[in-house]
Ligand binder design. Structure first.
Ligand code: PRT
Ligand code: ZN
Length: 289
């Protein structure tokens, strides 16, 4: 019989994704005893361990089955072209890989890049993109501070990750085309996995889905005239039919329901117009359907 071994998850050791990844894992019930300056951490309450490494190494560790799961940006996984499966978009670490050029360069579209030099840490993604646009650009691989290369005359344009756009602006660069929209993802090895690990992964996946749904939903409560119930039910795109509770004043009811956070602000005014008062919105810890 194969030895039963621990489910191993690769996460970023120290960077933009680390804290959010640990928080997500803790929110789905895993407990750890500190993670700073450590390479391998065993969970206190499950047969799970975390391997903390550079994000660039995560897809290959997962591909090779050294780790069963990984938490990493789609930008990294796609660049490394690793053979893995994406289990879930995790809704953090959002950014885009864009190409940008100095204002004065006259470069506006990929078509203007023929014979020009593009500096990037994402040579594979950049090459594929420019090839697909028929732009014969020379790709220069740079591992950091890509945004400074046009000023140093190392490159004519760059291809880099952007979130707020502040870094491009500071360096006098204009964002021109988006090559990839990225976010952090849970990835899984395509190697065979022992059944007890698969079961654990399925269990965690349900919890992650509940967690993501909870983060994007709010519990709302309001009071309203009883005759307003039909209209309020129409206004609220609730996941389930709302809970309706009687109040001491028999002409009034309390309505409780769950709605997507973004919808709350859209329907707030309509709820008030329909007669709702004392509207309260609460965060939700987790939701299991
Ligand atoms: O040491 P290690 O290799 O693990 O870390 P790293 O330095 O390669 O990565 P890190 O921690 O900077 O980023 C990890 C992941 O976060 C990336 O792979 C992306 O998936 C995601 N992410 C989200 C970002 C950004 N947003 C981001 N803005 N990664 C980098 N940036 C950088 C970008 O390269 C540029 O320098 O931030 C700058 C641009 O930001 P804005 O806000 O000025 O546009
Ligand atoms: Zn990295």
């Amino acid at each position: 019989m194969e030895p039963v071994n621990t489910l191993r998850i690769a996460i970023q050791k120290s960077g933009r994704l680390t804290e959010k990844t640990i928080t997500l894992l803790e929110n789905i019930g895993l407990k750890f005893d500190g993670y700073k300056n450590r390479l391998l951490i065993k969970a206190l309450n499950y047969d799970v361990e975390l391997l903390l490494i550079r994000d660039d190494d995560i897809p290959e560790y997962v591909q090779d089955g050294i780790c069963d799961l990984g938490v990493v940006g789609a930008n990294v996984t796609l660049e490394t072209e690793a053979d893995i499966s994406v289990l879930k978009d995790l809704d953090f670490g959002h950014c885009r890989l864009s190409f940008a050029a100095p204002k004065s360069s006259g470069i506006i579209t990929a078509k203007n890049l023929a014979g020009k030099r593009i500096a990037t840490s994402y040579p594979n993604l950049a090459r594929k993109y420019f090839e697909s646009k028929g732009a014969d650009a020379k790709i220069i691989k740079i591992s950091g501070a890509v945004e400074i290369t046009p000023r140093l005359d190392v490159a004519d344009a760059i291809c880099d990750l952007v979130s707020t756009g502040g870094t491009l602006k500071t360096n006098g660069l204009v964002e021109l085309e988006t090559i990839l929209e990225s976010q952090c993802q849970l990835i899984k090895t395509n190697r065979a996995i022992q059944p007890h690990k698969s079961e654990l992964i399925d269990k965690f996946l349900v919890r992650i889905e509940g967690q993501l749904q909870a983060e994007n939903s709010r519990y709302i409560m309001m009071n309203a005239p009883r005759e307003a119930l039909d209209e309020i039910t129409r206004i609220i795109p609730s996941l389930n039919s709302p809970t309706v509770l009687p109040l001491a004043d028999e002409s009034m009811i309390a309505i409780h329901t769950v709605i997507p956070t973004t919808k709350f602000w859209e329907v707030m005014e309509d709820l008030k117009s329909a007669g709702a008062t004392g509207i309260v919105m609460l965060p939700i810890q987790n939701m299991i359907n």
